[in-house]
Ligand binder design. Structure first.
Ligand SMILES: [Zn+2]
Length: 487
């Protein structure tokens, strides 16, 4: 494997804004491939020295030796005592301001509207990449070049097979690793590329793909989204949560039977394969409805599990990911207005309906947080008319955060973790690519809370640098193909 990246260039924040719209036009989610991601250029806020990365045999040997280095290099000078600030991080894949602003304004998204009013909102700035890379950047504060997760799958150099990325391949620590080391209680549910599950100071429910709960047709498994698979190994940490979560998962699947009827009209659910607008859409709508069912089921399971564990364990930092909006947006919107309107006529407006579902889910989760909790809701990118956009959402609300403030400064995906560190009174690490999103904080708070710095929280000990095979691999490939993510 050999990846060569162009030298990354420091750019001003002004250039940044221009690039946003440029990239929004360029990006076509259906056909994004790893090579496009490899050409991704990050627009750093605060650091400049980047080199060329050569990922070859030699590098992978170094990665092998990382655990050894870890013993020698312990994180330096972490003097500051973490405070007790509580953080709730809700990841909503593909939420777009073009939908959220008007729907929130006319009362269709009461929970998001409430957070916007009580906090600061801004655009998320996504680099040119894809969801697994994005969500890993959110969790690590660094770009794919450092964290090593570039796509859904990675080519096996020997066989040429597409193998799903697994959590052991992440080269840098995620917030759940670093906070656990500092004895902060964390909970993580459904985050991208978290199988096999990691040992944390708290709990983790990994994201993975499963065959259960819904009917299949012609062997198609049309979803790229994770779901909970109680009998799979290393899905949950600690393992003794497994039985209870299996029960919640069953209840969530039961809920979906009613909830899917709020997304699609009855006729559509009865016989999706006979619905067509174009030849292409006849195919897409059939598998699309299945994909949305899968996505809804995964979201409902993770939401129910999330609410239950958050309530039970009250971790200081809790993160949950819901991915269904991306699936709905890819299949049930269209860039051609005529086709889009015809789709609305047949399918209702599943995209809009799914936003309402997501808003209700957010409501159920934030109800479990007390008023001292800082709530962050973000997407990794926007999605309109079937394509990813650079109009993703970022909302932060809670103590010391500006109220009802709409910032024009975009938030980098890599800024989320540094901002969490700042909230927790922990030092910034110089090897992170992002920076604290200062625009959201009250001036008085910024003055009273200077940032401190350390070199690094240390490298991640990776025992195996290659993907771990699982019996889900074939299914995952099938589903990625169905949505156009794989050829
Ligand atoms: Zn995404």
């Amino acid at each position: 494997m050999f990846i060569c990246l162009p030298d990354l260039v420091e750019r001003s924040i002004n250039n940044d804004a221009q690039n946003l719209s440029l990239r929004a036009e360029r990006s076509n989610p259906d056909f994004i491939v790893a090579s496009e991601i490899a050409s991704a250029v990050r627009l750093p806020r605060n650091d400049s020295k980047r080199g060329i990365l050569f990922m070859d045999h030699y590098t992978s040997y170094i990665l092998y030796l990382l655990p050894l280095f870890c013993l020698l290099l312990t994180p330096n000078n972490i003097n500051a005592q973490p405070n007790k600030t509580k953080i709730l991080l809700i990841g909503i894949d593909a939420a777009d301001w073009e939908m959220v602003r008007p729907m929130a304004a006319n009362g269709e998204l009461p929970n998001l509207a409430g957070l916007i009013k009580s906090g600061t909102s801004a655009k998320i700035h996504s680099y040119n990449g894809i969801s697994p890379a994005y969500w890993t950047s959110v969790a690590t504060g660094v770009m794919p070049k450092k964290h090593g997760i570039w796509n859904f799958t990675v080519k096996d150099p020997g066989t040429g097979e597409d193998i799903p990325y697994t959590s052991n391949m992440r080269r840098t620590k995620a917030f759940w690793n670093i906070l656990s080391e500092q004895k902060i209680n964390v909970g993580v549910v459904g985050w991208y590329i978290t199988w096999p599950v990691e040992q944390v100071n708290g709990f983790m429910v990994s994201s993975y793909y499963a065959r259960q709960g819904l009917e299949t047709s012609k062997g198609q498994q049309p979803s790229t989204r994770g779901t909970f698979y109680p009998t799979a190994p290393q899905m949950v940490y600690p393992e003794n949560l497994n039985d209870a979560l299996g029960q919640i998962s069953l209840k969530a699947q039961e809920n979906c039977k009613g909830k899917i009827r709020e997304i699609f009209p009855p006729a559509v659910l009865q016989n999706p394969y006979y619905l067509r607008i174009t030849k292409e859409d006849r195919y897409r709508s059939g598998i699309g409805i299945r994909a949305v069912k899968w996505a809804l089921m995964a979201d409902e399971i993770y939401k129910e599990i999330g609410v239950d564990l958050y309530r039970k364990f009250k971790p200081q930092v809790f993160a949950v990911y819901l991915g269904g909006l991306d699936t709905v947006g890819h299949v049930f919107t269209h860039f051609r207005k005529k086709i889009h309107n015809e789709m609305l006529g047949i399918f209702g407006n599943p995209h809009k309906n799914y936003y309402k579902y997501i808003d209700e889910a957010i409501g159920e989760i934030i109800r479990e947080a007390d008023k001292d909790t800082v709530i962050i809701v973000l997407s990794d990118h926007g999605l309109m008319r079937r394509f990813h956009t650079n109009n993703g959402i970022f909302i932060i609300s809670g103590p010391n955060i500006k109220k009802n403030f709409r910032s024009s400064e975009p938030v980098n995906l890599t800024d989320i973790f540094p901002t969490m560190l700042y909230l927790l009174n922990m030092p910034q690490a110089k090897d992170l690519d992002g920076a604290v999103y200062q625009e959201a904080f009250l001036e008085s708070y910024l003055k009273g809370h200077k940032r401190s710095y350390i070199q690094s929280y240390g490298p991640r000990a990776i025992s195996v640098p290659d993907p771990i095979r699982s019996r889900f691999d074939d299914e995952i490939r099938q589903r990625l193909k169905a949505l156009g993510y794989l050829n």
